[in-house]
Design a protein around this ligand. Structure first.
Ligand code: HEM
Ligand SMILES: *[C@@H]1O[C@H](CO)[C@@H](O)[C@H](O)[C@H]1NC(C)=O
Ligand SMILES: *[C@@H]1O[C@H](CO)[C@@H](O)[C@H](O)[C@H]1NC(C)=O
Ligand SMILES: *[C@@H]1O[C@H](CO)[C@@H](O)[C@H](O)[C@H]1NC(C)=O
Ligand SMILES: *[C@@H]1O[C@H](CO)[C@@H](O)[C@H](O)[C@H]1NC(C)=O
Ligand SMILES: *[C@@H]1O[C@H](CO)[C@@H](O)[C@H](O)[C@H]1NC(C)=O
Ligand SMILES: *[C@@H]1O[C@H](CO)[C@@H](O)[C@H](O)[C@H]1NC(C)=O
Ligand SMILES: *[C@@H]1O[C@H](CO)[C@@H](O)[C@H](O)[C@H]1NC(C)=O
Ligand SMILES: *[C@@H]1O[C@H](CO)[C@@H](O)[C@H](O)[C@H]1NC(C)=O
Ligand SMILES: *[C@@H]1O[C@H](CO)[C@@H](O)[C@H](O)[C@H]1NC(C)=O
Ligand SMILES: *[C@@H]1O[C@H](CO)[C@@H](O)[C@H](O)[C@H]1NC(C)=O
Ligand SMILES: CC(=O)N[C@H]1CO[C@H](CO)[C@@H](O)[C@@H]1O
Length: 327
């Protein structure tokens, strides 16, 4: 009886929780700016396409920017805020190599010229991530809009909520669960690493001190590890290596293929082989027949990520500049 009662209570709590989630999400809409800033999504895409053409690596920077904003303290562009005394999200360690801030500001300036004080920086980040994925030949998906921007940015939020590069599936799943995202979202969104690069410190422990005994991660393909060791001697903090060694500027299945054959760069990506659920997904995605499934999954998980902690309605603000100083 007692256990039935607690099951009932649990179900009610879960139902209430998902109702809250739904009502928050319902305030985002496809085409929120249809009448208030017609054509803004085309304007953003055109501006970005010109920048992407000049810098093939920028799409990866912008995709990561949206992720770090959303995980920091909700998709509210508080990652973009600046602090004179180094206490904003962007000052946190996990953000030290986040890039693309200037690109977003340049797009914001164009958007302000067209529609002053209408379009949020948080929505620009979501659109930019979408355009980055499409530009690199990934899935074309629509983004929900209607987010408003926050004006408080805390370094601690980034430190607390961003997943560690050496986390295993249990740990990574916990970080995603803290954002109301599922294990599947985690497995799918990890494949954002099909584009972009990482700096040596993000993976050098795997090369030189994997278990703390001065060893190399045995899960790494030896020839791949040898290449990485040459590129990243101990202490090198500046060099970068592609997260997907086969096609770093193309959004495809090579990320999962690399994970499957021991040539994943980050420990967190290699770890996808150690858990049965993620192992099954990785194996499936080594088969090109499932590209469309992956694309649909990725688009769906990006929409989920774009709903984290959003501000809508009277909450938050619309600024003319994204990266203002808040202290
Ligand atoms: C699953 C947990 C994740 C971990 C532990 C993780 C960790 C990292 C690390 C350590 C880097 C390299 C940083 C550097 O050394 O410069 C990186 C890069 C990157 N991450 Fe993740 N990440 C995760 C999930 C995601 C998600 C969900 C996305 C986007 C949806 C994403 C997009 C990217 C991109 C595009 C890059 C390349 C950035 C560039 O080229 O500048 N990551 N990530
Ligand atoms: C904006 O227009 C698109 C395309 O016609 C439509 O699908 C979407 O529902 C519209 N959104 C709003 C909020 O009016
Ligand atoms: C995706 O890119 C193609 C061209 O490669 C373009 O025709 C399409 O409109 C883009 N879709 C979105 C949603 O941006
Ligand atoms: C995952 O990592 C955590 C923290 O390091 C550790 O406590 C746990 O045992 C690991 N789990 C697995 C399945 O390896
Ligand atoms: C996750 O969902 C719960 C219940 O609806 C909510 O209280 C919490 O704010 C959500 N967390 C995030 C990061 O969106
Ligand atoms: C390797 O890791 C162990 C345990 O974390 C640590 O005590 C040791 O100092 C590390 N060695 C190097 C060379 O960083
Ligand atoms: C190692 O580097 C060489 C030379 O760049 C390259 O041909 C080879 O494919 C790389 N091997 C692996 C496993 O990454
Ligand atoms: C791993 O798989 C990729 C993609 O199929 C392939 O290009 C690469 O050469 C493989 N690497 C090794 C070390 O087998
Ligand atoms: C890939 O998937 C297709 C469709 O399920 C299947 O017919 C084919 O045998 C698979 N290929 C491999 C190499 O597993
Ligand atoms: C921050 O935003 C809140 C409303 O979201 C507003 O009350 C407050 O005045 C803003 N603070 C600054 C410094 O702009
Ligand atoms: C640093 O930021 C905090 C938080 O906004 C603020 O209270 C403090 O006055 C700032 N200190 C300096 C020296 O600017
Ligand atoms: C772009 C930016 O502000 N990066 C900061 C991220 O955090 C590191 C370390 O905390 C700072 O040194 C960077 O300046």
């Amino acid at each position: 009886m007692a256990s039935r009662l607690s099951l009932l209570v649990l179900l009610l709590v879960v139902a209430a929780a998902s109702a809250t989630l739904t009502s928050t999400a319902a305030q985002l809409q496809y085409g929120y700016y249809n009448t208030t800033c017609p054509g803004v999504e085309d304007l953003v895409r055109e501006e970005l396409l010109a920048m992407f053409a000049a810098d093939m690596t920028l799409p990866a920077g912008l995709l990561r920017l949206h992720f770090h904003d959303c995980f920091g303290a909700g998709c509210d562009a508080t990652l973009l805020l600046k602090s004179h005394n180094g206490t904003a999200q962007r000052d946190a360690d996990p953000n030290s190599t986040v890039r693309g801030y200037e690109a977003i500001e340049a797009v914001k300036a164009k958007v302000e010229a067209a529609c002053p004080l209408v379009v949020s920086c948080a929505d620009l980040l979501a659109m930019a991530a979408r355009d980055a994925v499409n530009f690199t030949q990934g899935p074309a998906y629509q983004v929900e809009t209607g987010r408003r921007d926050g004006n408080v940015s805390r370094k601690e939020d980034a430190e607390r909520f961003l997943p560690p590069a050496d986390g295993n599936v249990t740990v990574l799943t916990q970080y995603f669960a803290a954002q109301n995202l599922s294990a599947k979202d985690m497995i799918v969104l990890s494949a954002a690493h099909t584009i972009g690069a990482a700096h040596c410190p993000s993976f050098s422990k795997r090369l030189y001190n994997s278990s703390g005994a001065g060893d190399q991660d045995p899960a790494m393909d030896p020839a791949y590890a040898k290449n990485l060791t040459a590129a990243c001697p101990p202490g090198n903090v500046a060099s970068v290596q592609p997260l997907d060694p086969v096609s770093p500027n193309r959004f495809d299945l090579d990320f999962y293929k690399s994970v499957a054959n021991g040539t994943a760069l980050l420990g967190s990506d290699a770890a996808l082989l150690e858990d049965s659920l993620s192992f099954a997904y990785v194996q499936l995605m080594t088969n090109d027949s499932y590209l469309d499934t992956f694309f649909a999954d990725f688009a769906a998980s990006m929409i989920n990520m774009g709903r984290i902690g959003v501000r809508t309605g009277a909450d938050g603000e619309i600024r003319d500049t994204c990266a203002i100083y808040v202290d």
